[in-house]
Design a protein around this ligand. Structure first.
Ligand code: F6R
Length: 365
């Protein structure tokens, strides 16, 4: 079943263009969001939404963190994101007209399911499951479901499920914006970016060999730092989680602006630092953070847009990514981080598809 691929994880990384295409089919016209996918009342109900609470675990939680940036920026609605195992055990203040969104690849994660059930009596306007398994408990129990069409994910480390969740969440952000009267240029730009996404993901995957070469550098390292800003900060978190999970190298992610508030003390020549910095307005700021790392002998690997005009220098390696509309950058920049963790795990000889101590679906607390 792995076909030409050595591991399911690598196969699933390369399935992402198709998974995204399948997930996005039927969600838009050329430049408008189709909300009918959620049901006949969806347009009206989405219009009523004033707040969004997102609940999930692990990688799915990271997708939620990206979505907060999108929902607040694109739709202008307040959004909170919480780990399901925390949410389910506390009293949550639920403002009027709040939509609860539960994100789960499997739809069977015990904490996420318990969070949905816990929320039933909390006065939410509606509940939405973003899920990869149509018949799963989560998909059945929520009021609305938005299915990702990633197909079965066998590798324990989530890859294609994550990027399809992000695509679904960007759709949701655009749907909320559209139903709240955003100018058609705003939603139109997102829709067009999503139409082009599968092809751009294909291009980004062609960096495979460059990333494989980098992996050697991590072979005898104990710790790694990941940095990002804005919606790329949760992508740095996801990159760190992937590396920990499958290569057993300790990795931590920080919002780049937090570096000097503590973690900079850790940086020396034995600490590789990985950053994700597309061509956004935050790039200049990130550049100065990167200088701080380099000045302390840290080895820096920076994933940046090819238009960002960053040259390799002592201690800094830039991997150039194709230019993309900034709204889809979090999706695109996930790919090199998935490949990096995969190739580091190969160098370390760990069991990529079944990392020690982990199960694919966490159906117990
Ligand atoms: C990490 C990973 C886990 C899952 C988490 C939630 O690669 O796969 O962190 O994301 O266990 O699982 P789902 O999305 O099935 O609820």
């Amino acid at each position: 079943e792995k076909g030409e691929y050595r591991h399911y994880m690598l196969k699933e990384i390369h399935e992402q263009p198709a998974a995204l295409r399948d997930t996005l089919t039927g969600l838009f016209t050329e430049d408008r969001v189709l909300t009918a996918i959620l049901g006949p009342e969806a347009e009206k109900r989405l219009h009523e939404v004033q707040n969004i609470h997102i609940v999930a675990c692990g990688t799915s939680y990271h997708a939620g963190l990206v979505a907060r940036y999108w929902i607040e920026d694109i739709a202008g609605l307040a959004c909170n994101v919480e780990i399901a195992s925390e949410f389910r055990y506390r009293r949550v203040a639920v403002p009027a007209n709040t939509l609860l969104v539960c994100i789960s690849q499997s739809g069977e994660t015990a904490d996420t399911l318990a969070a949905l059930r816990h929320a039933r009596h909390e006065g939410y306007l509606a509940t939405l499951a973003i899920c990869n398994v149509p018949g799963s408990s989560l998909a059945r129990e929520a009021d609305w479901r938005l299915l990702t069409k990633a197909g079965p994910e066998i590798g324990v480390a989530s890859t294609k499920a994550f990027t399809t969740q992000l695509a679904a969440l960007l759709w949701l952000s655009a749907a909320l914006a559209q139903t709240h009267g955003a100018p058609p240029e705003i939603t139109g730009e997102i829709v067009r970016a999503l139409h082009g996404l599968p092809t751009q993901v294909e291009q980004a995957l062609q960096q495979d060999a460059d990333i494989q070469r980098l992996a050697e550098r991590f072979a005898n390292k104990q710790h790694t730092l990941f940095l990002g800003r804005g919606p790329l900060y949760p992508i740095a978190m996801e990159g760190a989680l992937k590396l920990k999970e499958i290569s057993y190298i300790h990795a931590e992610a920080y919002a780049a602006g937090e570096l000097k508030h503590g973690p900079l003390a850790l940086v020396d020549e034995s600490m590789p630092v990985v950053s994700v910095a597309p061509n956004c307005q935050l790039l200049e700021k990130l550049k100065s953070n990167l200088e701080e790392v380099r000045a302390r002998g840290g080895q820096l690997i920076n994933f940046a847009c090819e238009t960002a005009d960053m040259q390799d220098q002592d201690g800094i390696t830039h991997i150039h990514m194709p230019w993309v509309n900034s709204c889809i950058a979090p999706i695109l920049y996930t790919l090199p981080l998935q490949l990096l963790s995969y190739y580091v795990a190969l160098v370390k000889g760990t069991d990529v598809d079944k990392p020690r101590n982990l199960a694919k679906s966490v159906t117990v607390e």
